[in-house]
Write a protein that binds this ligand. Sequence first.
Ligand code: UD1
Length: 420
Amino acid sequence: MTEILEIWGGHPLCGTVEIPSAKNSVLPLLAASVLCREKVCLEKIPQLSDVQVSLALLRELGVSARQSGNRVLIDAERDISSSLSTEMMRKMRASVLFLAPVLSRTGAVDASLPGGCKLGARPIDIHLDGLEKMGATIHWHEERLYLRAPHGLKGTEYTLRCPSVGATETLLMAAVCAKGTTVLHGTAREPEIMDLADFLNTCGGHITGAGSDTIRIEGVPSLLGGTYTPVPDRIVAATVACACAAAGGCITMHGVQAELFEPVLEVLEKAGCTVQRENESVTVERRQLLHGVGLVETGVYPGFPTDAAPLLAAALLQAEGESCIRDTIFPKRFACAEGFSAMGAQVQLEGPALHIYQGKAMHGARVRAQDLRGGAALAIAALGTAGKTEISDVFYMKRGYEDMKSLFRQLGVKVRTKKK
Ligand code: UD1
């Protein structure tokens, strides 16, 4: 049985929304809690299926982990197991983030390759190479991965082959309780990396330089616990902003700083939206026709975020003039193009680039989500299109959006879910 989201689009959006903590920050923080010998409390945590998977992975390890409303409580004081089931590992890409903290805490970890959205090949070679340089041995047997460091991980100087977000997080978590000093070069600079370093420091770690391309970590024997509120979700904020651009209207987002998703706001301004930036809120307004913006290329932070590429594409379907969005991070970012075409949009995929041409008026259609952000992009396209659109396989969106139906209702949209 699949859940279907029905959206009656073509009407301006109006209202205010609160931006929750970032999924991409919450997931590494949950994995990092394995390192903490005292209780951890995370605040403003959205109820997402990926969060549930992380909590289930923690419980597999013997850690007490539960979500109560928007608060998550974790207690990893007792000894933990070092084995993660293939079934849970395959449920999401971020399960790879458990390897380093479990290895660091217990000297061993048995797991399998992670699953996740099919955006093209997503190797974990940098994660494993870095752990090996810190003294881990790696062994594969029948698709299971066995990492060992019985005498603990050792600090090292390591340069990442490319600024992978996940690999930077893995190596931060490996180094924080390693023996001696680790210096990581070529690290990712995303706000979620700074958040992980801040969290680890709150719990007693000694990390400097997060947010730059060189991070220095002085290993400490163990971490304590603490209470922490992760950074706001810049991709949820980009989703709301692109929805406003697609449908028109005016939306104020509270609890988010414009600097977190400035590249998205700048392209929307170029397309004809008005953006008002305050300390802790951002207002996006679109009262006139959108214009095409030419070429937009994604890049590592502070570049245009890959996760927002399909969201922006969905908004630009409504523009006069042409646009092209090229994703430099993942080769298959635009699976949503199939749904856009079914709705009458004139789009063309060329490798990792999506060309958007001005075409005939779009219409509602039956479409299928094929990944998390692509599913959200179909919802944005539906909001900008008159008539009813049905989006199936809504479970993809539940990985990163707490409750899309309520979010859109709050903005005045007629929307419904049904099971089929
Ligand atoms: C994280 C985000 C994801 C976002 C991506 C890029 C989480 C949970 N997910 O994913 O939403 O789209 O950053 O901003 O935070 N690579 C390798 N070898 C590795 C690791 C990565 O070749 O060992 C490549 C990947 O295939 C990809 C690129 O590096 O082409 C960037 O991937 P990475 O930054 O690692 O993305 P994730 O951490 O998986």
